[in-house]
Design a protein around this ligand. Structure first.
Ligand SMILES: Nc1ncnc2c1ncn2[C@@H]1O[C@H](COP(=O)(O)OP(=O)(O)O)[C@@H](O)[C@H]1O
Ligand SMILES: [Mg+2]
Length: 228
């Protein structure tokens, strides 16, 4: 089957041609299959977030390609790229990034509304139930705990039924127990919805639960471990 996402010789250099030039990614070749769970691991500064941002088209590569279902993502116009991001990708950030002046429900529906779409009620209700946040919908972020805010952020990432969920150390700000619960919910939700999950983590126990572990060192893939 064709991979849902693929990278070909993907490179990212920050501040190229200056004394501060930083080669964050040095030729990454990866293939992600539909419906699988991937963990990206490696030391701080090795390029994990940079890779995730390129996979989600939040930033552009210096050279190389990202293919989604065989199509070159960065050959699209800016408008098409924005649509790709909104419809195919759900992004979960470590810092939640919820809009403070909006309720949980408004935050969750924001990406859909920006896209001029209404929620699929059945799907949304399943997500809210899986994430156990049905009773928090009218609260504002400041009224929620860290774990609750992150579950709302996960629901927001999933609201548009993206094929791919990208999560960058999504539980880095949570205590171990809440972190474990939130990750289980995320994992179960994407599994039930048949989505591809690509999760950046520095927690080896978390990474061990993934079907595939990808280890990065100084901008290069150094190891891929498959569990099945
Ligand atoms: N916007 C940026 N400008 C310049 N350098 C950056 C930028 N973002 C990241 N870097 C550098 O690129 C390298 C990889 O960073 P990052 O992808 O954030 O690593 P990780 O997520 O694995 O900690 C690091 O050396 C970091 O300092
Ligand atoms: Mg990072």
């Amino acid at each position: 089957m064709e991979p849902i996402l693929q990278t070909i010789e993907l490179r990212k250099t920050y501040s190229p041609g200056t004394p501060q030039a930083m080669e964050a990614l040095r030729g990454i070749n990866l293939s992600f299959e539909r419906g699988r769970y991937y963990a990206i691991v490696g030391k701080s500064g090795c390029g994990k977030s940079t890779l995730l941002h390129l996979l989600g088209a939040l930033d552009v590569p210096t050279s190389g390609k990202v293919l989604c279902e065989g199509e070159d993502v960065f050959s699209r116009s800016r408008r098409e790229l924005a649509i790709f991001r909104r419809r195919q990708i759900g992004f979960v950030f470590q810092s939640y990034n919820l809009l403070q002046e909006h309720t949980a429900l408004e935050n969750i529906l924001m990406p859909l509304h920006l896209d001029g779409r209404e929620a699929d009620e059945d799907y949304l209700n399943r997500i809210l139930k899986l994430l156990e946040i049905g009773n928090l919908l009218n609260k504002y972020p400041a009224q929620l705990s860290g774990g609750e805010q992150q579950r709302v952020a996960i629901a927001r990432a999933m609201a548009a039924k993206p094929a791919i969920v990208l999560a960058d150390e999504p539980t880095g700000n949570l205590d171990p127990k809440t972190s474990q619960q939130t990750l289980s919910l995320l994992k179960d939700t994407v599994a039930q919805m048949g989505q591809t999950l690509i999760l950046v983590t520095h927690d080896m126990d978390v990474a061990a639960q993934a079907q595939e572990q990808i280890r990065i060192h100084q901008g290069e893939i150094v190891e891929i471990t498959r569990r099945d």
